[in-house]
Write a protein that binds this ligand. Structure first.
Ligand code: LLP
Length: 434
């Protein structure tokens, strides 16, 4: 599978953004995250345009936790997207990137006072309130500063998004948001409206990630409109903005068939309009917060292949283990979620890939990256490209075994620029004070 601007050149090498990946690995070292800059920009624009074509002033906000660095934040912002952050660190990076902070939303189920203080200080656009405790503290802090913070209330709508347990967040049994079904969300809304430091302009819900169907989003539209109907009846409040989170999946496997952006936009926008109309409510402004479906397919990781071993397997046959020079620390998702990834040999991308091997990381763990990958018979020194690592890889990387986190390169029109440098031993030792 090839994504974005990827092609295979005459030498049989994989190219991204007109850059030969073999050359990228030589210049920048491995493991290396490579992002397809022009395709990323196009994707951001396509996302915004898909929603703008069907709705009035929709807000498409890039969920920065999926892939965060200043270059990406600037790219998304230049493409007309808003941004989401989920911590003080993410907020500070976004501020450092110099993008307009009135187009940023702060998320998180435990925002500490220092997070809220920083958000107020920086003039953040929206706070997505996640708990009763939070809006009480936020209101007090805002009053102390003599401001009212524009906010949205995150509600938990009781929807099962048919995705992995660990990334399904819309069910009743979740730490996120305030439950609709028990009436807790409506009570919270009423209290919020009475607080002097909060200007509540809407509601929010994010039901999960890597969702490959439209139905959960349609169900969400209906549940949120039910909630808004009850809000209009009791406190007599109507929402100006309804944010439906992120969650659209990508093609990690041949069989994954994510809906097109136009279909997603249609399902959400028509869904909200229809459900609002049926209840006699005004159609609110719509917001969404895609992360994975913007960056996921447009990033890959390059690894050098090292030792290769063929060993007896449990089924009486043999298995070939191919070790690469990264693993759990640069991509924890296979170990955490059994997440699948497409692969190819970047330096022999045109060859027939019919040998089944297991790709192993180099940590002191059984950190299998890909349990069954099909490649041309690999040799030590070959270059492996693991596709679709643009989301939740760079941002979830760790220093396990004191590995240096990889550099990030943006490739565009034959030129590559390192936007995050590789970590060094000095970086890692800097915090060790003994
Ligand atoms: N909005 C909120 C409030 C979120 O919590 C998230 C993701 C998003 C938007 C973006 O969702 P996306 O469009 O990327 O699905 N580490 C997991 C994914 C965790 C998602 C967390 N929240 C993984 O690697 O699959």
């Amino acid at each position: 599978m090839l994504f974005g601007t990827q092609t295979i050149n005459e030498q049989g090498h994989l190219e991204v953004g007109g850059c030969d990946t073999v050359e990228l690995a030589r210049v920048h070292g491995t493991p290396l995250y490579v992002m397809d800059e022009e395709a990323l920009r196009q994707r951001c624009i396509e996302y915004r345009e898909a929603f703008e074509a069907q709705a009035d002033k929709p807000i498409v906000a890039f969920a920065s936790k999926a892939f965060l660095c200043k270059a990406m934040v600037r790219l998304a912002s230049e493409a007309g997207l808003h941004l989401d952050v989920a911590s003080l660190g993410e907020l500070r990076l976004v501020a450092e990137a110099g993008v307009p902070l009135d187009k940023v939303t702060l998320h998180g189920n435990f925002k500490k006072d220092e997070d809220l203080e920083a958000a107020l200080e920086l003039g953040i656009g929206l706070v997505a309130i996640d708990s009763i405790d939070e809006y009480r503290r936020l209101s007090e802090l805002a009053v102390t500063r003599g401001v009212r913070q524009r906010s949205i209330l995150r509600v938990s709508p009781g929807i099962d998004a048919h995705t992995l347990d660990a990334i399904s967040t819309g069910r009743n049994d979740t730490k996120f948001g305030i439950t609709v079904e028990t009436g807790a969300a409506l009570e919270a809304l009423e209290e919020c409206l009475s607080l002097p430091g909060i200007e509540l302009i809407g509601i929010h819900s994010h039901i999960g990630s890597q969702i490959l169907e439209l139905e959960p989003f349609q169900l969400l539209a209906a549940r949120l409109m039910d909630f808004l109907l009850s809000a209009r009846e009791k406190p007599g409040w109507s929402a100006e903005l309804v944010v439906l989170g992120g969650g659209l999946g990508i093609q990690y496997e041949e069989t994954d068939d994510p809906p097109a952006l136009q279909s997603l936009a249609g399902a959400i926008i028509d869904g909200i309009a229809r459900e609002a109309d049926e209840r006699g409510l005004e159609t609110p402004r719509i917001g969404i917060e895609p992360g994975r479906s913007i960056v996921g397919e447009l990033g890959l990781t390059l690894y050098e292949i090292g030792p290769i071993k063929t060993v007896p397997s449990a089924d009486g046959g043999t298995r070939t283990y191919v070790s690469v020079d990264g693993g759990l620390s640069d991509n924890p998702r296979p170990v955490m979620y059994d997440a699948p990834y497409p692969v190819l040999l970047a330096n022999r991308a045109g060859e027939d890939a019919s040998m089944e091997v297991r790709i192993a990381g180099r940590h002191c763990e059984t950190d299998t990256l890909i349990p069954a990958a099909f490649l041309p018979e690999p040799k030590s020194g070959d270059l492996l490209a693991v596709q679709c690592t643009g989301a939740y890889n760079h941002t979830m990387a760790s220093n396990y075994n004191f590995f240096y986190r990889p550099a990030v390169v943006f490739a565009k029109q034959g030129k590559a620029r390192e936007v995050v440098r590789r970590e060094t031993q000095e970086d890692l030792l800097a915090r060790d004070l003994d």
